[in-house]
Design a binder for this molecule. Sequence first.
Ligand code: ARG
Length: 582
Amino acid sequence: MSILKELEMELKKIIKEAGYEVENLSLEPSNRRDLGEYQLNDAMQLAKKYKENPRTIAEKIVKELEKYKKLADVNIAGPGFINFSLSEDYTYEIVNKMHEDIFSNIDKKDSKKIIIDYGGANVAKTLHVGHLRSANIGEALKRLAKLVGYNVIGDAHLGDYGRPLGFVIKEIKDMYPKLPYFDENYKGEFSKIELPISNEDLEKLYPLASQKAKENEEYLEEGRIITAKIQNHERGYYDLWKKIVDISKKEIQKIYNDLNVNFEIWNGESDEMEYFEKLKEIYEKSGVLKESAGAKIIEIAKEDDKAPMPPLLFIKSNGSASYETTDLATILERKINYNPDEIWYVVDARQSLHFEQIFRAARKVNLVDENVNLEHIGFGTMNGKDGKPFKTRDGGVMNLNHLIDLVYQETYKKITNESIAEDEKKDIAKKVAIAALKYADLLPFRETDYIFEVEKFSDLEGKTGPYLLYSTIRMNSLLEKSKDIKIRKANKFKGKEEKEIILNLLNLPLSIEKSLATKSLNEIAEYIYKLTSSYNTFYAENKILTEKDKELQESWLVLTEVVYKLNNILLDVLGITIPEKM
Ligand code: ARG
């Protein structure tokens, strides 16, 4: 149980001793700090329940609270708000407990299996800003869920199914008709063939081929035939498709790796479609599939729908499966192989209709048990200064590598430490760039659109990744310099600066709870900033290394170590790596 939770339990017990029963304690950090550090609002609720004057109740509770050693300055304000601060001894207790075990102020949850579907990069297609957001938010949510003890599995759910790849192969066939992949009589091994095409080429082929398919009937038709050949695992075409997936996947993995994003599962939509026959059988048997103009659809509208809900297109009139079908097959596959308690989809908010459709269609045939939570965790867009989704100068989609590079150019300028060699400097600047980008991406509430401002994100001052890195590295270097001092216990503090840090430490579970409840990392991102700046204020006021009072010095170092460790844990939750120096 967290330190804060323990305090809450004890407060409940004390209230009970005063003669009252509360279910959910209403304890909050106070915004009237002149009155106390915390505010307890339960007397107001209890007044209704017990039909007594709130002030009288508050007085009875306070009488008991005054005996409690963890608190100080207990008082009543207004009609019955109870205020209090933490006693000096309790502050040492908090710091020492966290020093012994940094996880002691984190509540563990009951075990639950959660699959998080995020990333969603498309094979042979350039990764864009939306994929960045999915990767950042999904990865951080996954790490947060792991921190509190959930069993979490991340799935990259690569987009490798459907017509676009058929068109890409059609284009390759036009360019290199002599490739053995297209030769029916070829008897050799395809794995030995060198494909004269790089990932960069693929990314260029993709838009080109899609454009041609739009303009040219014949091209479209052949692309469709090729798509069917891939899906039927036809020799040659299927092998070329696999090769393309391999090439593209390597690049995708490299980018995710740079972003410190890791998946437990690397399934693609095509792997999921292996479950299509089974899926079709389930839907056919249940009788919910309807014929409509040659297509098979599922009606999912409900009587009380406020907005029209179009039917889900299960099989298109040309016989092919839709994006919706791939997601239904995925649910079935996950049910069979993992049987999760929840599936979270971290995907652009603009796909909300898609998810509403598949969830409803899944419920229609109980593809998962009723109590399994299927949830779309939508996010807003990263915009340019014009308020529209961030684009390149010529109006194209901003590719992820390019975006990272823009930030890198800026962070590179910030590494001014001359003792760092050029190679190392580049390496550090890259880490700082990723931190800048990630922190800026996780700081707003996930559904909020925000503006990409490279200078602001890269600044060493303010609410930024680089500020947090710089501060944390400085804590480490202080600890390194005081290596020879034995750091055992905190038992002396000087003033309100330390107290601010300790209040932040104690309040950690509040931010974790809020982040989990909203499935947004903004609370954690704000928390790290608050904790770090409270530490920096303290650091600026005191000369720790040269402090003569050894008890005080040791206590300060204990406190530093706690904040340093916690920053490491929380930055890691955000998926941010701390360089050794900068
Ligand atoms: N590949 C899709 C895209 O780029 C995202 C996939 C999202 N996940 C899902 N299960 N549909 O838009």
